[in-house]
Design a protein around this ligand. Sequence first.
Ligand code: PLP
Length: 438
Amino acid sequence: MTDLNLEHWWQPFTNVRAFQKNPRIFTRAEGSFLFREDGGDVLDITAGLWCCNIGHARKEVADAVHAQLMELDYAPPFQFGTPPAFQFASRLMEHTPEGINRIFFTNSGSEAVDTALKIAHLYQFARGKGSKTRFISREQGYHGVNVGGTSMQGLPTNRHGFPVLNEVDFLPGMLDISRNAFSRGCPEHGTERMAEAFEHIVALRGADSICAVIIEPISGAGGMVPPPRGYLQKVRELCDKHDILLIFDEVITGFGRTGSAFAATEFGVTPDIMTSAKAINGGTVPMGGVFVKDSIQQTIFDHTPETVPEFFHGNTYAGTPVAAAAGLAALDIYESEGLFTCASGAKGEHWANTLHAMKDLPSVIDIRNYGLLGAVSFDPGEAPAKSLGPKIHQRCYENGLLCRAVGDHMVMSPPLSITESEIGLFAERFRKSVLEVL
Ligand code: PLP
């Protein structure tokens, strides 16, 4: 039991009263492990919150952050600039899909999403299509917690009770266990259903009223669901057909998670706008960003008088030199250790095999994988059994494994730097925990 005073910090997405009765405190991290207050090691199979892709406590990043703090800790980003922010922006463009060579820095994924929605609006307005104000999102989608992102939420608990914009329609969610159970990688079914729903929304609202579609290429917080085959290509095709922008929310899928630097590259589909955060600098200093096609920025520039800011929007900490220095150091690690592509190589294969070998565990109704992402779904059963996910989550923690429960789906996203033997340790601790609960 901790001797910390737990009353004053109101923690995010936390059942605070339950936490106060059963506190779970981490005090240290290294590589693929977090360490509890009692000293016990916990294998971090979530890479923090899908962000510590290069592993924990990397000295190279710590040194870069320290050096930057001593050289130039902060300078205002409004009307001024610093070398690390420009250098980091340029380095990032070596990894973006063709035609995307601009980034607007934010502090988080939520800010990146709301910024992306505003850029999309501004673009439509700039090119004389001001009536295009509606958005299309997707059921089970997660797009952060700001008002714009909350409005795009396809997860009911993240919307209920909050102010939301009403000009949003939803495509059906991609999770379809009845038809796609135990698929490896992209499942077979779902593209047609999505296309029908898309056309239905366009027919109902009119293409002239729709600004953009926003989707995660792989649904993350909705239970880790890869897109059905041909799905993203079809979305792109429909967006082009109806003159609608396509926004990929790559807050989870960016930075090597899928086997490419971005899911857009992995699936060969280029969106118009792409959000990012989390692993952008290895989860070390808060930072996010919105990648934008050059042509979108150009249209907005062309329609703005030269005497005023082209985009009247921004944050105090947007592109701070410290976050950018962390990003440059993290990028060195991603590049030199081949982390952007390792998820599609032998490591990804080993991960997929390990995960699918869990099929014999009791109550498992589906296993999904893509790159270094994974999910094991348990039968929700009758009402009292519904808290299986949280129970397995707690038992995993006690047995030295951090994974994430999304309802009855156990979701995984290990650091990309994870070793084969650590993947073996994951299997051992996960299996033991599930068998103890069931
Ligand atoms: N978008 C997606 C797809 C996410 O998964 C998340 C966070 O998990 C966000 C946006 C919000 O990011 P943040 O928590 O940094 O605000």
